[in-house]
Design a binder for this molecule. Structure first.
Ligand SMILES: [Zn+2]
Length: 163
């Protein structure tokens, strides 16, 4: 294998790894602190070049805090980030939102009451079984589900994503 070919492989590996940010930041000129937040298939026009009929856009928070929607090509060009980096940022943001939603849900009075009722039931396991066990916590369970749905809606998630 020639030196040039080997060098290309090495560069490709670096670009596809987490090290590419450091390399690219040395010649990136703008929006280096911008962050990809997710993709949006309800916005189909790129805020950068005006291209329309995109299948989806990447939602990006710019350095200044402004939220823009870019097509994939412009998303990379404006942030100096590779597509894997952008995808990783989107995943991290989704995880951050889920974690925040879960924490908020667990702190609701409804969920706290439901957990307390479950604990109470567990300590009465000998006398509560089957339908009686379910009915013992039913009201709190329904209230906790409503709280879960409320928190999920606030974060733009489905109820089942708040766990
Ligand atoms: Zn564009």
């Amino acid at each position: 294998m020639g030196g040039a070919a080997l060098r290309k492989i090495v560069v490709d590996e670096v670009v596809n790894s987490g090290y590419s940010r450091a390399i690219e930041s040395s010649n990136a000129t703008e929006h280096t602190m911008s962050k990809a937040l997710g993709t949006d298939d309800s916005v189909n026009t790129c805020d950068c070049c005006g291209k329309t009929n995109l299948k989806f856009t990447v939602t990006i928070e710019l350095d200044c805090g402004e939220i823009v929607h870019y097509g994939q090509v412009c998303a990379g060009r404006n942030t100096g980030k590779t597509r894997p980096q952008i995808n990783n940022e989107i995943k991290a943001e989704a995880q951050r939102i889920r974690t925040a939603a879960a924490a908020e849900f667990r702190a609701t009075t409804e969920e706290v009451a439901y957990r307390a009722k479950l604990a109470e039931r567990d300590s009465n396991r000998a006398i509560l079984s089957g339908r009686a066990a379910f009915e013992f916590v039913m009201a709190e369970s329904i209230a906790a589900d409503a709280a879960r749905a409320r928190v999920a809606a606030k974060y733009g998630l489905k109820s089942y994503e708040v766990v």
